[in-house]
Design a protein around this ligand. Structure first.
Ligand SMILES: Cc1cc2nc3c(=O)[nH]c(=O)nc-3n(C[C@H](O)[C@H](O)[C@H](O)COP(=O)(O)OP(=O)(O)OC[C@H]3O[C@@H](n4cnc5c(N)ncnc54)[C@H](O)[C@@H]3O)c2cc1C
Length: 412
């Protein structure tokens, strides 16, 4: 077997993989290979033709393709090696990576691997909606792919289940293309996506957002004819008598994203049950030494800018890993305390500055974020709001750590 040896293999050519590859190359690690299974680089951003990208990275409000285009231009200018139309089939814990493309099967062995495979959408099957399975039921990303990349209109009378960002963006997109979006339904008592999308995608277009509502039946033979919509109580149980039918030819599902970690699991990487991504230290290093993760494969990001910036930080750690052979161990655990759903990373060494990403469990107003060590508050910050849909980033300086015990993060 002919093995191709590389310093670093990056799996996935979305904003995370691109940012990691560029950063590595700029630092002088040039023996790398970026591998993308689609025909084009850019990841999910290729179909996100709306604006709202780049405010942090480029200080400009640009569209998804423009954002991806800037990273791809930089990649080409530097001459970073990459392949497209090539799927990674397996990754093993000795950092052997197998790929398949029209040219055949290839085996790479790397000193380090960066996982940047993004995530996929939850489907109707995954949330087990009862009823028929007619044509006309799409996930929001699939509908977006049809409309924005293939110029195919998916329907005229639309109901959207889930108020995640993609669902709200698709409500606006469908309206602009002449469809009637009857409502966006959300099972939670608060919106699932960013506040700016509630305003710009729903309120500006008079699209009703029905909180504490869900779809309890799907009707139709070969094509969808309608859905039953029901109200739910605080325990998400359907309130009897609240059912009503909405006639529609299209149901769009925006009910969550799942990090694509099948390859990671096969490599022996430990996953966090809450994020669905790898358990990592401050370097973005997983439980398998030399295998790193960044972007949506690690935890679902609300903004592409944060995914790219995280990938840059991981690239800086990979640079040190390649030169030094190992990185400082994450012996200080980070505990998700009151109202915190998760934190990434999961452990840190306490020997350098770190950036923590976290999400809260419930919407909070006029609250305080605290980081405690052995009961002492070592960092605090006032927040006007903390919403489950919006990722919070906290930069912690190394000098703040007072001992070698675990850190607890809480928002209250
Ligand atoms: C529909 C939608 C709308 C969004 N709107 C906004 C917005 O308005 N503003 C904003 O800032 N953010 C937005 N986001 C979020 C943003 O797009 C993500 O945060 C960002 O794309 C994550 O980048 P990534 O590189 O981690 O993943 P992705 O962009 O998903 O890229 C992952 C790449 O890995 C490849 N891959 C996966 N498995 C393999 C394999 N086995 N072999 C080879 N390649 C593989 C995939 O093909 C893909 O190209 C949106 C996201 C979605 C889904």
């Amino acid at each position: 077997m002919n093995i191709l040896h590389k310093d670093v293999i990056i799996i996935g050519g979305g904003p995370s993989g691109l940012a990691a590859a560029i950063a590595l190359y700029e630092q002088g690690i040039k023996d790398i290979m970026l591998i993308e299974r689609e025909r084009h680089l850019g990841g999910i951003l290729r179909q996100c033709i709306h604006d709202g990208f780049g405010l942090t990275l480029f200080s400009e409000n640009i569209s998804g393709p423009e954002y991806a285009g800037r990273l791809i231009d930089r990649l080409h200018t530097l001459g970073v090696p990459y392949v497209t139309d090539t799927a990674v089939l397996s990754v093993s814990n000795d950092k052997t990576v197998q790929t398949v493309s029209r040219s055949g099967l290839f085996t790479y062995r790397a000193k380090a691997v960066i996982l940047a495979m993004g995530c996929r959408e939850r489907t109707a099957g995954a949330i087990a909606i009862p009823g028929e399975r007619p044509a006309g039921v799409y996930t929001a990303g699939v509908a977006q792919h049809y409309m924005n990349l293939q110029n195919i209109m998916v329907g005229k009378e639309v109901v959207i289940l889930g108020s995640g960002d993609i669902g709200m963006i698709m409500a606006r997109r469908l309206t602009l293309e002449g469809a009637r979006v009857q409502a966006v339904l959300e099972i939670m008592p608060y919106p699932g996506g960013l506040s700016r999308n509630v305003l710009q995608c729903l309120e500006d277009y008079d699209i009703p957002l029905l909180l504490s509502h869900t779809v309890t039946d799907i009707h139709g033979g070969s094509r969808l004819t309608g859905v039953t919509v029901s109200k739910v109580d605080e325990n998400y149980n359907v309130i009897e008598g609240s059912e009503r039918r909405m006639d529609c030819d299209t149901l769009i599902l925006s009910v969550g994203l799942i990090p694509e970690n099948e390859l990671s699991t096969e490599a022996g990487v430990t996953l966090d049950q809450v994020t669905g991504g790898a358990v990592v230290d401050e370097h973005g290093q997983t439980s398998v030494p030399g295998i790193f993760a960044a972007g949506n494969v690690l935890h679902v990001h609300d903004l592409a800018d944060y995914a790219s910036l995280e990938a840059r930080r991981v690239a800086a750690a990979v640079y040190r890993f390649i030169h030094e052979g190992a990185l400082s161990k994450g012996s200080l655990k980070i505990i998700a305390g009151k109202n915190v759903r998760y934190t990434v990373p999961h452990a840190i060494s306490g020997q350098s500055d770190v950036t923590l990403s976290l999400r809260v469990k419930i919407p909070l107003r006029d609250c305080q974020l605290e980081v405690r060590q052995q009961g002492t508050i070592i960092f605090q910050k006032k927040l006007n709001k903390a919403l489950p849909a919006e990722m919070i980033e906290v930069a912690l300086a190394q000098r703040l750590f007072v001992s070698t015990s675990a850190l607890e993060v809480r928002v209250c």
